[in-house]
Ligand binder design. Structure first.
Ligand code: BTN
Length: 327
């Protein structure tokens, strides 16, 4: 109902639309229209009311509702259906449930805040309301389960490119899928897969981007290593415009992956990660290894040369970059 009222107000803007006309078009009482206007104002919509002429939409808040996002969204599939929530435990959990119940490729879940935002390796993802982006997209790629990590690399490339286009700054991808600006984390990805031995049912692409957080808003334990686009750019970010660009970049890179295959994605990822020749400390399943990063392989695993000269393949874990080795 909120969405329908907003649509009517947008269509008639800048003119007023009478309460009577709205109640006739939506088949609800005048009181119901009035109550909805009151509710929309509490959500941040500025709506002018005149006893003679009706209602006029003056300004919309930076909400990530379908009616705010869809008008300028230039994608064919991704985000054509948006499930928007004021709060959720986790957009990934919601998207997973929707996918189990048959949601289609390209449907996305967005929340203004998350109560149990999930990060990699069982960590918490700080998700306060109306500041950042918390998004999960449902994909149903026709690839083999072992190739699923390439979808993660693809999404990291798309997120890094969106940040670069939006800010003009140069992000770095840190294996496997952290996005850094000035060595601090600005975005993270948590992708989950539902599959059989030889077939993927769906992938949930979970992306969190710190957009309008101020430094002191981050939990103490990550304050020194986290950042936001607002901090880096020195100005507030339109979450709506950022989300539209991100969905467009994701669709672009997903289409490239499906058409061109893994080599193209791996090259794009390598170009943005500059992992080769870096001295790294990797913590994986409780074990810490120091060595030099050689590359990522075609399944997205990190290949290291340890100090003893042995090659090691790391599939999951945390990486700390040491100084870059000069070649
Ligand atoms: C990480 O770097 O640890 C991954 C963070 C992923 C956070 C996003 S926010 C949207 C989606 N829903 C979640 O619960 N997590 C991901």
């Amino acid at each position: 109902m909120d969405e329908k009222i907003l649509q009517l107000l947008r269509e008639s803007a800048p003119a007023f639309l009478s309460g009577e006309e709205i109640s006739r078009r939506l088949k609800v009482s005048r009181t119901a229209v009035w109550k909805r206007m009151r509710r929309l104002r509490t959500l941040g919509y500025e709506i002018k009311a005149s006893t003679r002429s009706g209602y006029r939409l003056i300004r919309s808040p930076d909400l990530l509702t379908p009616s705010e996002i869809k008008p300028n969204l230039k994608t064919k599939c991704l985000g054509k259906t948006i499930h928007h929530f004021h709060t959720l435990d986790s957009t990934n959990s919601k998207a997973y449930q929707l996918a189990l119940n048959g949601a289609e490729e390209g449907e996305v879940v967005i929340a203004e805040s998350q109560e149990k935002g999930r990060g990699r390796l069982g960590r918490h993802w700080s998700s306060p309301p109306f500041l950042n982006l918390y998004l999960s997209a449902i994909l149903r790629p026709k690839i083999l389960p072992h190739q699923a990590s390439l979808i993660t690399l693809m999404a990291a490339v798309a997120t890094a490119d969106t940040i670069q286009k939006f800010s003009g700054l140069l992000p770095l991808i840190k294996w496997p899928n952290d996005i850094l600006l000035r060595d601090r984390k600005v975005a993270g990805l948590l992708n989950e897969i539902h599959s059989e031995m030889d077939r993927i049912h769906f992938v949930i692409l979970g992306i969190g981007v710190n957009l309008n957080m101020d430094g002191k808003m981050f939990p103490k334990e990550i304050r020194a290593v986290a950042t936001s686009l607002k901090i880096e750019m020195g100005q507030a970010i339109s979450r709506k415009v950022f989300l539209q660009s991100l969905l467009q970049e994701l669709e672009k890179w997903y289409t490239i992956f499906m058409k061109e295959g893994s080599a193209f994605i791996l090259k794009a990822w390598r170009d943005r990660a500059h992992v080769k020749g870096r001295r790294v400390k990797v913590t994986s399943f409780g074990e810490t290894v120091v060595g030099m990063a050689i590359d990522v392989d075609s399944d997205g695993a990190l290949i290291l040369e340890t100090t003893g000269g042995k090659r090691k393949r790391v599939v999951a874990g945390d990486v700390e970059y040491k100084e870059k080795v000069k070649s």
